[in-house]
Write a protein that binds this ligand. Structure first.
Ligand code: HEM
Length: 450
């Protein structure tokens, strides 16, 4: 659709998603109006959620209006760089486990790299968001993974329910449909309640998301050095309920594990296809680690500037979320035109279209990290690169996503050299059925010790 409107020299266009009119801004300046300048007209995503019958669905990604705004304000301090630093060691520990698993087959066989990295990010988010060791690197068939798979199952009825909840959230709510299947919901609620009970009974103080969520539940605010039990003077009004806490841990999992493992997967594919870029990045990892006593620390990752460019170029070419949605929450006149967008009209933001547009990125299929040098970045409209979204609804986990991607890549590049296996279909075939960008047949890589 993006290319169609663009080839007709239109700054925006419209189409029907079945019977629903959908507006698509094409000009990055109009994208900026929708996401940032006139955000008050486009606050919501218009997704299904039901706090009463389907509590895990009522998370930050799906909530709307004042409910979303209040929660976003409360949750924002959870993602400061100080909090990221606190969680860093947990990520490195999961990285050690990743090495142990990778070492088992090094030099012998090609691996489905997405599968391996998804297990790595599952272990990370299981530890920091749920406070549990899911051990999916060691044991892929663990209970946590088995239940999570339920979420993504796409049998006939799952598809029908998924379709109704996506297209007509209001009807889904009236029909009492559930986005999170009851066995999965039951499992997650139990895991969260067990962790909460254990930590509260023993006043456990850990440096993870669960700890911050517990502070929000019991004390209504975050306190760097504070515990999880209520203290005199704590704000009671804004406390999270146990269901709200569980829903946020759930969305950290949903939004966090696949986006980051997808980014690492495509990045390693491009590095395997471009050995000189791979080597340049490996040299940067070695040099930075040398300055930090050979220890992977938060500060070390912040000095990996070439890595930042390589990850950004990966996110440009393969944005894990290739299209973003909003819904018009009050009538809107599009600036510079007579077009009026009516309340309740869906809006689709063409991330992939913009990021592979030859006008902004000449030779867009070429993987070239130098597109993200300061000079080159400054020459482009900032809304031609929006892999984390933009405006007040921008990804809240951006820092965490970047951090775990950097940890994974540093560990892998320090230890292994990658090349593309003949089992990978090149050029990559994107899977049109997948919401998160992925390929048909997966990405298989060969790897040897450095
Ligand atoms: C490379 C990794 C990641 C990518 C590419 C990514 C991408 C995105 C995108 C495109 C959005 C929608 C933004 C918009 O509509 O403007 C989003 C929202 C969100 N992401 Fe991420 N994400 C990543 C990692 C994470 C992580 C690690 C977490 C949590 C730990 C997370 C939690 C969320 C949440 C809660 C939202 C909803 C925010 C709101 O509506 O207020 N994401 N993400």
């Amino acid at each position: 659709m993006y290319r169609y409107f663009k080839s007709h020299h239109k700054p925006h266009g419209g189409f029907y998603l079945l019977f629903m009119p959908t507006y698509m801004p094409v000009d990055p300046e109009l994208v900026k109006y929708v996401m940032q300048n006139d955000f008050n007209h486009f606050v919501d995503r218009g997704l299904y959620y039901n706090e009463e019958t389907d509590p895990l669905s009522a998370h930050l990604f799906s909530l709307d209006g004042a409910k979303w705004r209040n929660l976003r304000v409360k949750m924002t301090p959870t993602f400061t760089s100080g909090k990221m630093k606190m969680m860093f060691d947990t990520l490195v520990k999961c990285g050690d486990q990743l090495l142990t698993e990778m070492n088992k087959t090094v030099g012998n066989t090609s691996i489905d790299i997405k599968d391996m990295l998804a297990r790595f990010t599952t272990d990370i988010i299981g530890t920091v968001a749920f406070g549990i060791d899911c051990n999916s690197l060691k044991n892929p068939d663990n209970e946590f993974n088995r239940y999570m798979k339920l979420f993504f199952l796409d049998g006939f009825w799952d598809n029908i329910i998924g379709f109704i909840t996506f297209v007509t959230p209001g009807i889904a709510k009236k029909l009492g449909l559930k986005a999170v299947k009851p066995p999965l919901s039951k499992f997650f609620m139990r895991v969260v309640k067990d962790t909460v009970d254990y930590r509260e009974k023993n006043n456990i103080h850990r440096k993870d998301f669960m700890h911050f969520l517990l502070q929000l539940k019991n004390r209504g605010k975050l306190d760097e050095d504070g515990g999880i039990l209520k203290e005199i003077g704590d704000d009671k009004e804004s406390n999270l309920s146990i269901n709200e806490l569980a829903a946020q841990a759930f969305v950290f999992f949903l939004a966090g594990y696949e986006t980051s493992s997808t980014t690492m997967t495509f990045c390693l594919f491009e590095l395997a296809s471009n050995p000189e870029i791979q080597e340049k990045l490996r040299q940067e990892v070695f040099e930075v680690l040398k300055r930090h006593d050979n220890k992977l620390t938060y500060d070390a990752t912040m000095e990996m500037h070439y890595m930042e460019k390589v990850i950004n170029e990966t996110l440009r070419k393969y944005p894990p979320v290739p299209g973003l949605n909003r819904i018009c929450t009050k009538d809107y006149k599009v600036p510079g035109s007579n077009i009026m967008i009516k309340k309740d009209t869906k809006v689709w933001i063409p991330v992939l279209g913009l990021q592979r547009d030859p006008e902004f990125y000449p030779d867009p299929e070429k993987f070239d990290p130098e597109r993200f040098s300061e000079e080159n970045k400054n020459e482009r409209h900032p809304y031609t690169f929006i892999p984390f979204g933009e405006g007040p609804r921008v990804c809240i986990g951006l820092r965490f996503g970047m951090m775990q991607t950097k940890v994974g890549l540093s560990i892998l590049l320090k230890n292994y050299k990658f090349s593309v296996s003949s089992k990978t279909t090149v050029p990559l075939q994107l899977d049109p059925r997948s919401f998160i960008m992925s390929t048909e047949g997966g990405i298989w890589l060969n790897y040897t010790e450095v």
